[in-house]
Design a protein around this ligand. Structure first.
Ligand SMILES: Nc1ncnc2c1ncn2[C@@H]1O[C@H](COP(=O)(O)OP(=O)(O)OP(=O)(O)O)[C@@H](O)[C@H]1O
Ligand SMILES: [Mg+2]
Length: 222
């Protein structure tokens, strides 16, 4: 069967289309804006109190550019998003989120839709990009602690025959748990690592913003 891109696919199915990508980025932008103060409060406890402000600035820029990206392939939309985040978020998380989107975009180059297995490959590339860039492993109280269990759960669900929506739902549950799991961790990367043991008891801001962005993925196909 030839792969076309019927509008029908927006609304729950096994393919993730570029229309879903645009919807995802728009929902992620709203979630970041709504949680701007919360993210900044989390960063005030173990960082420099700007994570919400810088992420909201970055996603506002991305959302403003969505109309110019909607007719591009998924790879170009993701890479464009990554470049916008690098230039407008700044700091550690700007480079890390930028790398995530650029590496994921490279994997989706020229594609107008992704099936569950292609989506798994794209997500894995994004995670590998963040790890390569920031050198954080799971357990070090960073955004990796939300993304890594998410990607793992998505791949497990996909291999088990789950639909796109089911796999994204299961992955979201894993990311939410991953964020909670950062609370007792000792920060070993970024500004929070300067606090060492004093970072214990605080939820990681980057893992929290990552989870908000990942939650929007499931919402985009529901
Ligand atoms: N090496 C790393 N790998 C993965 N994630 C990291 C790393 N360093 C920091 N982070 C994530 O970035 C989040 C902090 O992002 P934020 O935007 O506040 O940057 P920052 O540390 O204040 O940056 P800068 O020091 O450049 O201003 C942390 O909560 C953590 O999740
Ligand atoms: Mg900060």
């Amino acid at each position: 069967m030839r792969r076309s891109e019927p509008q029908l696919f927006v609304g729950g199915c096994d393919l993730f289309t570029r229309a879903h990508v645009i919807r995802w980025l728009s929902l992620a932008g709203s979630a970041i804006e709504e949680n701007k103060d919360f993210l900044t409060q989390l960063d005030a406890a173990i960082g420099d109190a700007e994570h919400g402000i810088s992420m909201a600035r970055g996603f506002k820029k991305v959302v403003s550019q969505l109309p110019t990206m909607a007719d591009k392939d998924i790879g170009s939309i993701l890479k464009g998003t990554g470049m916008l985040l690098i230039s407008s978020v700044g700091g550690a998380s700007g480079a890390l989120y930028g790398t995530l989107f650029v590496k994921a975009g490279n994997e989706a180059s020229g594609k107008l839709m992704l099936d569950v297995s292609e989506m798994a490959t794209v997500l894995k590339a994004g995670l590998a990009g963040i790890i390569e860039r920031g050198r954080a492993q799971p357990g070090e109280k960073t955004m990796v602690d939300a993304l890594s269990p998410y990607v793992e759960a998505f791949c497990r669900a996909g291999k088990g025959g789950a639909s796109m929506a089911e796999a994204l739902e299961q992955a979201t549950v894993a990311a939410e748990q991953g964020v909670k799991d950062t609370i007792p961790m000792v920060a070993q990367k970024g500004r929070a690592s300067y606090l060492a043991e004093r970072s214990v008891g605080h939820q990681d801001p980057g893992a929290t913003s990552m989870c908000l962005i990942l939650k929007a993925l499931a919402q985009a196909v529901s």
